[in-house]
Design a protein around this ligand. Structure first.
Ligand SMILES: [Mn+2]
Length: 366
């Protein structure tokens, strides 16, 4: 949580973008729709002010970048220390980090903070740190793109159609189509304003949320086949189920899909009615396990992820574990059991379950 108000930060932000002429802009590693949307909205805002902009990404961003009006992108094969040479004037630049707060979370852009004249972070994650010269985070807002939208309003930055497309992409991506609990009346107001500006909301929503490659559907199919439900009981006595699925590199090779085709799997898994919480684990090439989690209304998965050095939001979070798949599953269940009074597979954690009254909840949990 930031120590300053949105109004106070808006004044810092306006001074920051007014002061510098060249901006290197990065979102987080393994970019998503909000990360790219936030970067492109700011990039177009700065270009319309006559500034020079370079967007730097780390990981496959094509699916999102191709929906945007083009901006100069930092070449894949250039080291970050060359950044200032890539600006036409070759002079120093300011570095902007969006949709995350730690330079390390940007991936290959991380060292840019050393070469930059000044730096700023604008984020909406709960795990926010203050690593730059100026830092601002609002963990309760839906997306970095929505936060930027309201900052542009406060700074009287006119929102062009190109910016509108980017902002809408970020909003729709991070809210699952104005659907997640992070969606507020302000989010709808922003969407309505962007629609009025001529943003093709139908096209963007269909492209972002309802278009899947065959390999992605095969990844989902494999993840469903490999899934198992675990029963738990909340402190309020509600019975819930946690779905856990794991795909090894071997599973993925056999299925003909790679990591990028697995990105949307966890959200689709959590559409399964029985699953209050869904955990999708997949083996990365270096033998570690990437964990993505979604919950509907009970578990705070950000708290679970934080125990393993990860982060995210209450209903959507992720972390990376360097243990075997079975150990990862056991450790995640153990972490989740702290928020429950009982959880299948965690016999040591059920001392509060059932209250010795032989309740159905107690029976279901073991
Ligand atoms: Mn985001």
């Amino acid at each position: 949580m930031s120590k300053i108000t949105r109004d106070e930060f808006a004044r810092q932000f306006a001074r920051f973008i007014g002061k510098y002429d060249r901006f290197l802009i990065s979102g987080h590693i393994r970019p998503d729709g909000d990360s790219i949307g936030a970067c492109f909205s700011l990039g177009h805002a700065l270009v319309q002010m006559g500034k020079e902009v370079l967007i730097i990404t780390d990981g496959d961003a094509k699916r999102y970048v191709e929906l945007m009006d083009p901006l100069p992108m930092f070449p894949e094969d250039r080291p970050v220390k060359d950044a200032q040479r890539l600006f036409a004037t070759g002079r120093n630049y300011a570095f902007v980090i969006l949709d995350c707060s730690e330079p390390e979370r940007t991936g290959r852009a991380a060292q840019a903070i050393m070469y930059a004249e000044a730096s700023i972070t604008i984020d909406h994650h709960i795990t926010s740190k203050e690593a730059a010269d100026f830092n601002y985070a609002e963990p309760q807002i839906s997306s970095a793109s929505e936060l930027l939208y309201w900052l542009y309003k406060l700074c009287a930055v006119p929102i062009s159609r190109s910016m509108g497309k980017a902002l809408f992409m970020g909003l729709v991506y991070d809210t699952g189509g104005l659907r997640h609990s992070s969606t507020t009346a302000d989010s709808f107001q922003m969407a309505a304003d962007l629609k009025r500006k001529g943003v093709d909301t139908t096209y963007l929503t269909n492209k972002l949320l309802h278009t899947k490659k065959l390999a992605e559907m095969k990844a989902l199919s494999a993840a469903i086949s490999a899934s198992r439900l675990y029963k738990g009981v909340t402190p309020e006595g509600e019975e819930i189920q946690i779905l856990i699925s794991y795909l090894s590199l071997g599973d993925m090779n056999r299925g003909g899909f790679t990591g990028s085709e697995c990105d949307g799997v966890v959200s689709l898994l959590n559409e399964i009615e029985e699953a209050e919480t869904s955990v999708f684990m997949r083996e990365l090439s270096n033998g570690t396990i990437r964990v993505n989690m979604r919950s509907k209304h009970v578990l705070d998965v950000a708290r679970v992820a934080a125990l393993f050095g990860g982060g995210g939001h209450v209903r959507a979070a992720g972390c990376t574990l360097t243990v075997s798949a079975s150990a990862a599953k056991a450790q995640l269940l153990e972490a989740m059991s702290h928020q429950l009074s009982a959880l299948e597979g965690i016999p040591g954690e059920i001392q509060n379950a059932g209250n010795h009254e032989g309740s159905e909840a107690g029976d279901a949990s073991i």
